[in-house]
Ligand binder design. Structure first.
Ligand code: FES
Ligand SMILES: [Fe+2]
Length: 401
């Protein structure tokens, strides 16, 4: 008989309790408004990879609809990464015309020029040129009319912003032990990215929760990964508002013949076993042979997963109490041969199918909870990451009120 307690995580983290959690925060408009203020407007939020703005003068614009804004992340000639609201100081037009949730650009001179009347800003946000400036009045002060700055900082190549006028913590202090745990992985070396996004009619927490447990793998992923993963987690660790765990393989399942060939050609599959490791020593501390990937959450809305030869993120951006933008990005080393490229495409297609399976549950969950028929959500021990997420949000809300 196994000596592992069926309640091991609640025994490790008794402050989270064992009872059901309320369903109302997932569907309430009032809760949503307070949550945006207490969580999203005060926490550090991941918005860009440094590789996306590698050159001086490169920039990325990321929409943050929950705050009715978008932010420009720009690298200056001095190499520094800075953040600004994408709002012109003249008549409020968007300085960079956006082409979607994410917009990329590059300026050789490292300046931003508003398309409407041609005001020009430096990469430090200063207003440096105003056409026909003499027609403005003596009260107009160029120095007071730079771009509105947004706090931005970088951890392991991940660019975060904080919309608070004065963030309560630096990014380093915010990530703290979680940042240490997830550091030392070669993120930047694997910059060949497959990206997906979609809009879901559900609360952002319902989307987060559907990705934050492995209890569903045998049911939801019977198509993409039949019998491949274990439903239990390994090495759950909570770091302040952040959380992490390992997801493990069912070692008795052999890969499908085509998957087995793909796994020989490239490291791009979550389920391939590999010689040697690229994982930092903090990951898989119990050295489990069946370890597949680390499933971690940087509070509030970044799921960061790392494995051998592949890492990926999910992000859940609130658009309304019942609407969420989901973004999934999957990173591998760029293929060097056609067979490597084929193997990576194969691995990615399986992963894409799994994500389609995951996202398929979310709108139904939201609609069913919104009916009001069930007032509580029952969680088992292996759903501890969800319990922790709701606990942290409740703590943020009570601290803010
Ligand atoms: S609104 Fe930007 S230059 Fe006029
Ligand atoms: Fe899943």
């Amino acid at each position: 008989m196994s000596s592992v307690s069926a309640h091991r995580w609640s025994e490790k983290y008794p402050h989270l309790g064992q009872g059901p959690i309320p369903a109302e925060p997932c569907v309430s408009e009032d809760f949503y408004r307070r949550e945006i203020a207490a969580v999203f407007n005060t926490c550090w939020l991941y918005v860009a990879r440094e590789e996306e703005i590698a050159e001086p003068g490169s920039y990325k614009v990321k929409r943050l609809a929950f705050a009715h804004t978008s932010v420009i992340i720009m690298r200056g000639k001095d190499g520094a990464v800075r953040g600004f609201h994408n709002v012109c100081s003249h008549r409020g037009n968007k300085v960079v015309t956006e082409s979607g949730e994410e917009t990329y650009g590059h300026s050789k001179a490292a300046v931003l020029s508003c398309r409407f009347h041609g005001w020009v800003y430096g990469a430090d946000g200063a207003l440096i040129n105003v056409p026909e400036e003499e027609r403005f009045y003596s009260c107009f002060d160029k120095q007071q009319n730079g771009l509105a700055p947004v706090h931005a900082d970088v951890w392991e190549g991940f660019v975060f912003v904080n919309l608070a006028p004065e963030p309560p913590q630096s990014l380093h202090d915010f990530l703290s032990a979680y940042g240490d745990h997830m550091s030392g992985y070669p993120y930047a070396e694997m910059d060949y990215c497959y990206k997906y996004h979609t809009y879901l009619d559900c609360n952002w927490k319902i989307a987060h929760d559907a990705f934050a447990e492995a209890y569903h793998v045998n049911t939801i992923h019977a198509g993409s990964f039949p019998d491949v993963f274990s439903t239990g987690l390994s090495d759950v660790q909570l770091f302040g508002p952040h959380r992490t765990c390992g997801v493990c393989l069912n070692m008795n399942t052999a890969p499908e013949p085509v998957a087995a060939i793909a796994q020989k050609h490239a490291r791009g599959s979550l389920v391939a076993k590999a010689e040697g490791t690229m994982l930092p020593p903090s990951i898989n501390p119990s050295a489990r042979e069946d370890f597949a990937f680390e499933l971690s959450v940087a509070f509030p809305n970044l799921l960061l997963h790392i494995s051998e030869g592949i890492w990926f993120t999910h992000q859940f951006w609130p658009l309304a109490h019942n609407k969420t933008l989901w973004e999934g990005k999957y990173y591998v080393r760029a293929p060097r041969t056609n067979s490597e490229r084929w193997a990576l495409e194969h691995a990615q297609l399986l992963q894409r199918n799994a994500w389609l399976e995951d996202t398929q549950t979310m709108e139904n969950t939201h609609r069913a909870i919104a009916s009001g028929v069930k007032r509580i959500i029952n969680l088992q021990d292996e759903e501890i990451l969800i319990r922790h997420a709701h606990h942290v949000i409740a703590e943020c809300m009570s601290a803010a009120e």
